[in-house]
Design a protein. Structure first.
Length: 134
């Protein structure tokens, strides 16, 4: 089993590296997506990378970046590390497995989230969002 996530927003796709022979992989990849519409949900699909056949879809999830963008637009600066700006609760419209916190860390607004995969018996993916001006 070689799990590999694919992240999509609108027509843009980014993919992590493949972690081989690991049922609980850690990717620690930095992926950059261009966000033109913050109201468009971000989609995450996890595939089992196959060498000789099509990759098998292992599960998927969606999340909204609207709350994160809203926190960014507050223009907060100089807050102590760990200051919580807002929290996003899991509900039927998102794939959050637990409460997601948007907080201030090292001069940046950061959001940590754990997504519960759909269309699979079980599985979760942990993400961290940070804004990068390009």
């Amino acid at each position: 089993m070689f799990p590999s996530p694919l992240i999509l927003i609108e027509d843009e796709k980014v993919k992590t590296c493949v972690v081989k022979k690991n049922v609980n992989p850690e990717w620690n990849d930095l992926l950059t997506l261009l966000v033109s519409d913050p109201n468009t949900p971000v989609k995450l699909c996890v595939y089992d990378k196959d060498t000789f056949s099509f990759d098998d879809k292992m599960g998927d999830a969606e999340f909204e970046i609207g709350p994160y963008i809203k926190a960014l637009k507050m223009g907060l600066k100089g807050l102590p590390n760990g200051t919580i700006i807002t929290k996003v609760q899991p509900n039927r419209q998102n794939c959050l497995a637990e409460e997601s916190r948007i907080y201030f860390n090292n001069g940046k607004v950061v959001q940590d989230m754990v997504l519960r995969l759909r269309n699979v018996e079980c599985g979760e993916v942990e993400l961290q969002l940070q804004w990068v001006n390009i």
